[in-house]
Design a protein around this ligand. Structure first.
Ligand SMILES: Cc1ncc(COP(=O)(O)O)c(C=O)c1O
Length: 320
C-alpha cells in the first residue's frame, strides 16, 4: 500500500530493567512509539504515513480533522500538513477552555492550523459545514476521522506489528492504550496474520467495551479486505474498560503513580491521558496477579508527551 516516509522507524524496544527489578517482573519491555517523530511523536505518525499518501493521491489541498482540545492526533496532523504545505482545519471539542493555550493546543497554533471549536454534539454538523465551505470555495478537502482510525490508518499498525516481530518475536503479551481502536486493530490483524502466540491487551481510554469492540471488529473486517493477506488464526480481541471510571483526560492516582514510576525509575515519560492510564492498569494487573511474573511483556508506548506540559497536569504532577 502507498505510504509516505516521515516516521523514524523502527522504533526501539527497550528493557525496563529497573522497573522490572522493583516490581518483580524481570521481562518487562517498552516499544518506543513516542519516538516516531513528527514533533513529539506518537502512534499517529505511523497512521499518517498512509493517510497522507491517500490525501496526496486524491490531490486534496485541505485536511480537516477532529479531536479533543489536547488531541495528539490533531497535533501530529497539523505538523505533517505544515510539512506538506497542506491547509489544515482542526475541529476541536470546546468542553474545557484553556487560556493561554498549552500542550498540544499551543503546538497546533505554531503549526499554523486553523482551529474551530464546537460542542461534542455539534461535531458532525461542523465537519459537514467546514467541508462544504472548502468545496464551495473551489478547494478539495479530505476528512480524517477521529484518531485516523480508518482501515488505511490502522494498516500502519499491521506493519508496526511486523516491525516488532522482526525485532523480537518472543513476547507473551502486548499492553497498550486504546482510544479510537485503530492501533489495536492493526496490531491484532498483524498478530492474526502471523504465527505469533501472544495476546494483544488493550486498555480502553475513551469508550465502553461494547462500543470499542464494535469499532475494532469493523476495522478488522475492513483490514482483511484491504490487505488481502490470509488470516492464519483468530487471536482473541481483548479490551478492558474498567479504567474509564475517572473520565477521559482526568488524571487520578493511577496515572500519576505510573507516570512518576516510569519517569523516576527509567527516565521515560508517559502521558496523563493514554499511556499513563494504560501503564497504571498494567501495574494493577501485575499487582493482582492477572499478569504473571514469568511473562514477557511489551508495553507499547503510543506517545502523548505534549499533554504533560498542560498546566492542569503539570501542577498535579509536581505538587507535594
Ligand atoms: C498517546 C495516545 N495513545 C493512544 C491513543 C489511542 O490510539 P487509537 O486511537 O488508535 O486507539 C491515542 C489516540 O488518540 C493517543 O493520542
Amino acid at each position: 500500500m502507498k505510504h509516505c516516509q516521515f516516521a523514524n522507524l523502527p522504533t526501539p524496544i527497550q528493557h525496563l530493567e529497573r522497573i522490572g527489578e522493583k516490581i518483580g517482573y524481570p521481562n518487562l519491555f517498552i516499544k518506543r512509539d513516542d519516538l516516531t517523530g513528527l514533533e513529539f511523536g506518537g502512534n499517529k505518525t505511523r497512521k499518517l504515513e498512509y493517510v497522507i499518501a491517500d490525501v496526496l493521491h486524491q490531490k486534496a489541498e485541505v485536511v480537516v480533522t477532529v479531536g479533543g482540545l489536547q488531541s495528539n492526533h490533531v497535533r501530529q496532523t497539523a505538523a505533517i500538513c505544515a510539512r506538506y504545505g497542506l491547509e489544515c482545519v482542526l475541529i476541536l471539542h470546546d468542553g474545557e477552555s484553556e487560556d493561554p493555550p498549552s500542550g498540544n493546543l499551543f503546538l497546533n497554533q505554531l503549526f499554523g492550523a486553523k482551529i474551530v471549536k464546537c460542542s461534542p454534539d455539534k461535531m458532525d454538523t461542523t465537519v459537514k459545514n467546514v467541508m462544504e465551505e472548502k468545496t464551495s470555495s473551489g478547494k478539495s478537502a479530505y476528512f480524517i476521522p477521529l484518531g485516523a482510525s480508518t482501515p488505511i490508518g490502522a494498516y500502519a499498525y499491521k506493519k508496526a506489528f511486523d516491525e516488532m516481530l522482526a525485532q523480537d518475536n518472543c513476547f507473551d503479551r502486548i499492553v497498550l492504550a486504546c482510544g479510537s481502536g485503530g492501533t489495536q486493530a492493526g496490531l491484532l490483524h498483524g498478530a492474526r496474520c502471523s504465527s505469533w502466540r501472544g495476546k494483544v491487551y488493550g486498555v480502553s481510554i475513551l469508550f465502553d467495551k461494547s462500543t470499542i469492540v464494535g469499532y475494532i471488529n469493523q476495522l478488522l473486517k475492513d483490514l482483511s479486505m484491504l490487505d488481502g493477506e490470509p488470516v492464519q488464526k483468530q487471536s482473541e480481541l481483548i479490551v478492558d474498560d474498567t479504567f474509564l471510571g475517572q473520565g477521559y483526560g482526568v488524571m487520578g492516582e493511577l496515572e500519576k503513580e505510573a507516570i512518576l514510576l516510569f519517569a523516576k525509575t527509567e527516565g521515560v515519560l508517559l502521558d496523563p491521558v493514554y499511556t499513563g492510564r494504560a501503564a497504571g492498569a498494567m501495574l494493577k494487573f501485575m499487582e493482582n496477579g492477572s499478569i504473571k511474573p514469568e511473562e514477557r511483556i511489551l508495553f507499547w508506548h503510543t506517545g502523548g508527551t505534549p499533554a504533560l506540559f498542560c498546566e492542569k497536569y503539570r501542577k498535579q504532577l509536581v505538587s507535594n
